[in-house]
Design a binder for this molecule. Structure first.
Ligand SMILES: Cc1cc2nc3c(=O)[nH]c(=O)nc-3n(C[C@H](O)[C@H](O)[C@H](O)COP(=O)(O)OP(=O)(O)OC[C@H]3O[C@@H](n4cnc5c(N)ncnc54)[C@H](O)[C@@H]3O)c2cc1C
Length: 303
């Protein structure tokens, strides 16, 4: 992550700034560009619209680093309700989960048990569970918990981050498990001993990992990026690929490009976040792009 991104994440951790964004109209307006709504019904409406355009979806009930068991169990139950809604509305989609939302960090066994419950319910409704990748401090633990659930149920997938030095080696553990693998650049501020710092290094790692995943017919790669150059590399490899693959993009980001890809019948899944706990997700989207911060500041000063 560059200097700008780190600065944004640093500033947005301040309580005053958080209140300025969560309690004001410009802040909530910015959140609505990237978040489908605060309720499951709103997320399902967005999913139905995206399915109608030809995109599959991954529903993310926002929340991370919950504080206690009660919150972790509530998060699991919200996801069970989300899976039931996917089944009831016949949505072409799955769920994306952060293990820290299910208790990883203070009760790893609970997080593993909840992931098991989600995988079982997903099997009942004929879908899958994607596990998001969080900060590097929990990469190993995330892979361990994911591996247990994937071995038991076989219907999960995991995100990996091209900015981490360790990812190439982690794929030697992850690929044989057979789940889908979402390749993204990585959205957290990480130190240089664990992560590439320059854009060029992160991009070139992304291309190498795209090559590795797209050349293996037994893995289902999901190339998760809005970066035209990265997508072009993936497209060239897709042309000669026999196995399944897809592209993934975030709700509200580069929507014109999403429409173009759907018009060209490219396989696209849109990650649809929803829920009241949207603040940390929004700060990462602001850190990725100066224009998102400018949008907020302009609206705030106008207001
Ligand atoms: C489906 C999906 C799932 C993800 N899951 C994870 C995860 O589990 N763990 C994790 O660490 N990260 C995750 N990410 C985030 C990812 O790591 C990057 O931070 C993010 O996608 C931006 O990188 P980029 O590849 O789009 O390239 P960039 O070089 O950042 O962006 C390329 C272009 O896309 C546009 N763009 C990118 N971001 C924004 C934005 N916020 N607002 C407006 N325009 C933008 C801009 O035009 C930019 O020039 C996910 C991303 C996607 C698409």
């Amino acid at each position: 992550m560059n200097f700008f991104g780190r600065a944004v994440l640093g500033v947005t951790h301040q309580k005053l700034v958080r209140n300025l964004i969560t309690d004001t109209r410009p802040g909530r307006a910015l959140s609505r560009r990237f978040v489908a709504g605060e309720t499951l019904d709103e997320a399902i409406t967005a999913a139905v619209d995206l399915n109608a355009k030809g995109a599959s979806v991954s529903l993310d009930h926002l929340g991370e680093h919950v504080a206690d068991r009660t919150q972790a169990i509530a998060a699991r139950d919200d996801y069970l309700a989300c899976l039931d809604a996917i089944g009831r509305h016949d949505i072409d989609g799955n769920i994306s989960v952060k293990l820290s939302q299910l208790g990883m960090g203070f009760d790893d066994a609970l997080a593993a048990k909840s992931l098991d419950a989600l995988a079982r319910r997903a099997l009942d409704v004929g879908t899958t569970v994607s596990v998001d990748m969080e900060e590097s401090a929990v990469t190993g633990l995330t892979i361990d918990i994911y591996s247990g659930a994937q071995r038991a149920h076989g219907n999960l997938g995991l995100a990996v981050q091209s900015y981490l030095h360790r990812t190439r080696q982690d794929l030697d553990t992850i690929i044989p498990l057979g789940g889908h693998v979402r390749l993204c650049k990585g959205a957290y501020a990480e130190p240089e001993d664990v992560a590439y710092q320059s854009r060029a290094e992160v991009d070139s790692s992304f291309d190498r990992l795209t090559h590795l995943l797209m050349s293996d017919p037994d893995v289902k790669p999901a190339i998760a990026s809005h970066d035209a150059d990265r997508l072009e590399v993936a497209r060239r490899l897709a042309a000669g690929r026999s196995g399944p693959y897809e592209y993934q993009m975030l709700y509200g980001v580069r929507t014109a490009l999403q429409d173009q890809m759907l018009a060209a019948a490219e396989p696209l899944r849109v990650y649809v976040p929803y829920g009241v706990a949207w603040y940390p997700y929004l700060t990462r989207r602001m850190a990725e792009r100066p224009a998102n911060v400018t949008f907020f500041l302009r609206a705030a000063f106008r207001g």
